[in-house]
Design a protein around this ligand. Structure first.
Ligand SMILES: [Ca+2]
Ligand SMILES: [Ca+2]
Ligand SMILES: [Cu+2]
Length: 311
């Protein structure tokens, strides 16, 4: 198969978790077919090759359409992206705008905003990519974005029911197993894992399928629309749902938030900004809704190649 991909044999697993956030419930059996998966998130260097070859312009590099944001002032309709900025001291955790800033001119080439560069970041995951950018890359590469079930099955690496991609101990033998946040989010980053922001891919051990950075480093887009609870749950033990999907948007999710009319997809795996005091989401079961046109400094993606259906 293509280089830098890992084989994930099909199988059945317990999807979700009963022990953390409500959107991960209920735990239910799911099966998936086999596939190949990128061994690490798509890097800056890989994304640059795609942009050069395909001439792709990312969502963050285009001014938002006024039709999508009828209430916005014209000077707000400029290209940009969401950048995390560490506040100087403790802040209440009830408003993400205390650390997420919409920065005009931030995009994959300028991950920290205008003036920032990609120097030294070639092997870091690409960031500031919206769902359409990830999907365009996948199509160009002859690959696909994983469904949520495929992503979670791969992240678990065969450790059915474990809390983390490597087992139940957050730091086995004191070792950091993923790039997350240690200290009090969002102001105190102790960097016990060695990294303040994103890290070069493969800086932490792979899971048992040979996949790196599944949890932590950057969140990863999946192809599924978000629903408030796990989809495909069945109560009859005879019927394990096969790669259950949500293929149509649920517009009731986030209906009271800005951009409520925009569909939301599932992102998986948490990021370098996940800290136990705020967001313990560097786990295979963790899931979050993200509006499809959103790009940030902590979301990237990876692709899969499904087996040809047998005739
Ligand atoms: Ca870190
Ligand atoms: Ca990840
Ligand atoms: Cu998080």
């Amino acid at each position: 198969m293509a280089k830098d991909m890992c084989r994930v044999e099909g199988g059945e697993f317990a999807m979700g978790s009963a022990d953390f956030y409500p959107e991960e419930r209920p735990v239910h059996r799911v099966s998936v077919d086999g596939f190949w998966m990128d061994e690490h998130p798509v890097t800056v260097a890989e994304f640059r090759r795609f942009v050069k070859a395909a001439g792709h312009v990312t969502v963050a590099e285009r001014a938002p359409d006024s039709a999508d944001f009828p209430d916005a002032e014209p000077d707000q309709l400029v290209a940009g992206s969401l950048v995390f900025r560490k506040p100087p001291g403790p802040v209440p955790l009830d408003d993400v705008r205390r650390w997420w800033h919409w920065v005009p001119g931030a995009d994959w080439r300028h991950p920290n905003g205008p003036g920032s560069t990609l120097d030294g970041l070639d092997r870091h995951p690409v960031t500031h990519v919206a769902y359409d950018d990830a999907a365009a890359y996948a199509a160009w590469a002859g690959k696909s974005l994983p469904t949520e079930a495929e992503w979670e099955f791969a992240a678990r690496g065969g450790l059915d029911g474990a809390v983390f991609a490597w087992g139940d101990d957050p730091t086995p033998k004191g070792r950091a197993m993923a790039n997350t946040w240690q200290g009090q989010f969002p102001w105190e980053n102790l960097r016990l894992d060695g990294y303040e922001g994103t890290s070069p891919v493969k800086s932490f051990p792979p899971n048992r399928y040979g996949l790196y950075d599944m949890t932590g480093n950057v969140w990863e887009w999946t192809d599924d629309f978000f629903s408030a609870h796990q989809v495909g749950e069945v109560t009859r033990p005879c019927c394990v749902p096969h790669n259950p999907r949500r293929a149509t948007p649920d517009l009731t999710v986030g209906a009271d938030a800005p951009g409520a009319h925009l569909p939301r997809r599932v992102i998986k795996g948490g990021s370098h900004l996940c800290a136990p005091n705020y967001c313990l989401r560097y786990r295979p079961a963790a899931r979050q809704a993200e509006t499809v046109d959103t790009s940030t400094s902590h979301i990237g993606f990876r692709c899969i190649v499904r087996d040809e259906p047998q005739a």
